[in-house]
Design a protein around this ligand. Structure first.
Ligand SMILES: Cc1cc2nc3c(=O)[nH]c(=O)nc-3n(C[C@H](O)[C@H](O)[C@H](O)COP(=O)(O)OP(=O)(O)OC[C@H]3O[C@@H](n4cnc5c(N)ncnc54)[C@H](O)[C@@H]3O)c2cc1C
Length: 440
């Protein structure tokens, strides 16, 4: 049992289905809030792919609040967004982030996914940190959930009972179907290849050193000359203490040779990436791509927002709840925000531990509108790079115009206060509404 200053606080048994970045974040947040968490992962724990992930201030904020060892994730701190010409590499536009931390209170970290995953797993399971260490069960493929009875059944025949079930099982979520959501989705008109170039290779071969600048750099993403589609786009950023330069290379889906579903573990030849209008790409960038490793395709899907995120004592989180195109670099940050909301709602500050379903209704109220805004802004940024957070805020004047047009701005992402949002929504429930929920 946990000791709490709230006599109504009840320690919950939490089952997290899926041990990706979202599931691990939820595990850490709920462990910190005083609950007993079990994580069920279908594979072993080498689940993350070898590519970069940007964690903007709105994600970093929660990693700090949970006391996660961020330096252990070997971050590179972002200082610039740079837009380059597809054919020449000439800088077209730049957004300087020198004052980012000063302005938003947290840095923008560029991480390697495997480093981020490993550190979150440590934070979830370490016996030294606050809260009971989470336990982890691998080779548990979720087959069904009963959201009313609070049970999860796995393909290996095991059934577990929990007070709160979290479906963090990604874009092809099984849990989502079990709460009655049928996704309205289409295959995206754009496909991605991810690949990495080692910094040592850049140095040895005399490739362009600006590739490992602490920046996210883009080529393309806008309609180009000779009918070049806006779906040709490259995103480059360093990670892993600057030792790896990571690339996401996009192209129109009809050009890709890779239409298979699911993960593809075989490295693809560089010729599969340098296809179509890649023959017009900046030669410095082509040289980087030619010296890459870990080249893998990544199919993309466009999902319309779901009408619900919970049923009974079961909710969905991360890509299971709001899969989005990658063009705002916010998918994982939004999963971290989901986890943070659950940690706050089921903390001893409120009485939702006595009524988990009411707590999940609050979770949906807090998280669905914001995540849906990011999801649709990510779809818009697929069509127009100027819709990307950062480029919508090149000057304060632009930022207010962008906000007035409904575009997503850095201000909206980073000045959001989730603690006060939850407090004000709980207050609205008022006496007699919902369960006996009161702010202490
Ligand atoms: C090209 C690209 C670039 C991106 N860049 C960024 C970025 O820079 N910044 C950012 O914030 N986001 C980014 N994202 C988004 C981010 O990768 C995802 O939003 C995030 O990884 C989702 O995490 P998740 O834990 O919800 O899902 P997943 O990572 O998919 O994890 C789901 C987990 O559940 C497990 N699982 C699945 N089914 C079952 C089952 N039946 N039973 C048990 N376990 C199961 C899986 O094995 C996996 O471990 C990017 C996405 C793409 C495609």
């Amino acid at each position: 049992m946990v000791s709490s200053t709230n006599p109504k606080f009840k320690q919950l048994r939490v089952a997290v289905v899926g041990g990706g970045l979202g599931g691990l974040s939820a595990a850490v947040a709920l462990r910190r809030a005083g609950h007993l968490v079990e994580i069920y992962e279908r594979r072993d724990f080498n689940v993350e792919v070898g590519a970069s992930i940007s964690c903007a201030a709105n994600g970093t904020q929660w990693l700090r609040e949970w006391d996660v060892d961020i330096p252990d994730m070997k971050p590179v701190i972002l200082m610039k967004l740079v837009m380059r010409d597809w054919e020449t590499g000439k800088i077209l536009n730049q957004y300087n982030l020198d004052h980012y931390e000063e302005e938003w209170g947290n840095v923008y970290n560029m991480l390697h996914r495997q480093d981020m995953h490993a550190t979150l797993l440590k934070a979830a399971t370490s016996s030294e940190d606050k809260g009971t260490p989470c336990s982890v069960k691998i080779d548990h493929i979720c087959e069904s959930v009963d959201p009313e009875a609070g049970t999860v059944t796995f393909k290996n025949g095991v059934t577990v009972k929990a007070d709160l079930i979290i479906g963090a099982d990604g874009i092809r979520s099984v849990v989502r179907g079990q709460i009655g959501v049928v996704p309205d989705m289409t295959s995206a008109p754009q496909t991605c290849y991810r690949l990495n170039v080692k910094k040592s290779v850049v140095d040895e071969l005399g490739l362009v050193k600006y590739s490992y600048d602490p920046a996210i750099q883009f080529w393309g993403g806008i309609q180009g000359k000779n009918g070049r589609s806006k779906y040709y786009k490259i995103v480059m950023s360093p990670c892993s203490d600057g030792e790896i330069v990571s690339f996401y290379c996009f192209m129109p889906t009809e050009l890709t040779k890779h239409h298979e579903e699911g993960f593809v573990f075989e490295e693809v030849p560089v010729s599969d990436v340098i296809a179509g209008k890649y023959d017009e790409l900046d030669p410095d960038c082509v040289n980087l791509l030619k010296n890459s490793v870990d080249r893998m395709p990544w199919r993309l899907y466009v999902h319309q927002p779901y009408d619900r995120w919970f049923k009974g004592n079961t909710c969905i989180l991360g890509d299971a709840a709001h899969p989005m195109m990658p063009h705002q670099s916010q998918g994982a940050c939004q999963a971290i925000e989901d986890a943070a909301a659950l940690g706050i709602i089921f903390s001893e500050k409120y009485n939702f531990t006595t009524d988990v379903t009411a707590g999940l209704a609050m979770y949906q109220t807090i998280r669905k509108p914001r995540a849906t805004r990011v999801q649709s802004a990510s779809a818009r940024a697929t069509e127009n790079l100027n819709e990307r957070i950062g480029f919508t805020s090149l000057t304060p004047h632009d930022a207010s115009l962008a906000a007035a047009e409904g575009k997503l701005t850095i201000n909206e992402m980073n000045s959001y206060k989730m603690h006060s949002h939850v407090a004000s929504e709980v207050e609205k429930l008022g006496a007699g509404l919902g369960p006996t929920i009161a702010v202490m």
